[in-house]
Design a protein around this ligand. Structure first.
Ligand code: ADP
Length: 283
């Protein structure tokens, strides 16, 4: 893997602009075609957030993520700790070993997450995402996601409420687990770890669907941000640890690939509520 990876519609042909962004969504450089298309000198684009720069005019501009640094820093940390452990094993106390192994595990998870996000992006963009559907109980999946997130966020308090007659749905359970993980982690990161409620209910229709709502008791999302939260690279505060602004964009793509929808509501004075539906028949 090189220092950059194409995540936008590729193409370096005449008239195609190209913008390079870091993982926080800040523009590192823009070529002349992109600058011309956006009506601003390239030098003025650098340093700004890519969602501000692109606005609604992203057509025909390839957004390229510079992931080299993002991958390199956890890998450097993993190599540092592993060589320390290998070379000084006898001299390091058990408590320190435990701390180092915990850090290695954390860094490895970060690398895995980044790589998975990048793979999902290119599969979603090229329409080459393959789903392996089986019958899935969404309330059970939600409960297991909550349990595993609680392992790293012990503050998490969540209730899973299941409506009457909620059937299993045909879905790729790994992909939907990823969506639920993203929604619950976001609730913890941006909302509140306390008072989370996950509701599953049957939506009538033919074929009908199951709707799952992840409702947090945080501050919610400002009305002006609501239409943008699913945009690629959108982050309200840039440079948050573990944030790329890609999570919701990917989640929406994964749900839509199943023939469902992912939407958000955030009434004033309430937390954010993300709802996805999955149809009762495979797309
Ligand atoms: P990231 O991968 O950086 O977490 P996401 O695409 O998952 O990005 O989310 C985009 C933005 O939407 C976040 O930066 C945050 O500002 C906002 N957001 C997402 N979920 C919530 C929530 N539950 N409460 C408040 N803001 C949220």
């Amino acid at each position: 893997m090189g220092h950059t990876m194409t995540t936008g519609s590729t193409g370096s042909g005449a008239g195609t602009g190209r913008i390079v962004v870091d993982s926080g969504g800040t523009v590192l450089e823009a070529d002349d075609a992109a600058a011309e298309r956006l009506g601003r000198p390239a030098a003025e684009l650098a340093g700004r957030s890519v969602s501000d720069v692109l606005g609604s005019g992203a057509d025909g501009i390839a957004v390229v993520a510079a992931v080299g640094h993002e991958l390199r820093s956890p890998l450097t940390s993993i190599r540092g700790y592993t060589s320390l452990l290998l070379n000084r094993w006898e001299k390091i106390g058990d408590a320190d070993k435990q701390l180092m192994l915990g850090q290695i595990n954390h860094d490895a998870e970060r690398v895995t997450r980044l790589i998975n996000e990048l793979l999902d992006i290119s599969r979603l963009e090229t329409g080459r995402l393959t789903l392996t559907p089986r019958w899935v109980s969404l309330p059970e999946l939600a409960q297991s996601v909550v349990t595993s997130i609680r392992a790293t966020s012990p503050d998490l308090e969540a209730e899973v409420a299941v409506g009457a007659d909620v059937p299993e749905v045909p879905a790729d359970s790994d992909k939907i687990e990823q969506v639920l993980t993203n929604l619950v982690e976001n609730a913890v990161k941006y909302g509140s770890p306390k008072g989370l409620r996950i509701e599953a209910e049957l939506v009538a229709g033919s074929p009908g669907a199951v709707a799952v709502t992840v409702r947090d008791a945080g501050e919610g999302i400002a009305p002006e941000d609501l239409p943008r939260v699913f945009d690629r690279w959108f982050q309200r505060e840039h440079g948050r640890p573990n944030g790329t602004g890609l999570g919701l964009w990917i989640s929406r793509g994964l749900v839509e690939a199943h023939g469902g929808q992912l939407t958000v509501a955030s009434p004033p004075g309430e937390g954010a509520a993300f709802t996805f539906t999955l149809p009762l028949a495979s797309p």
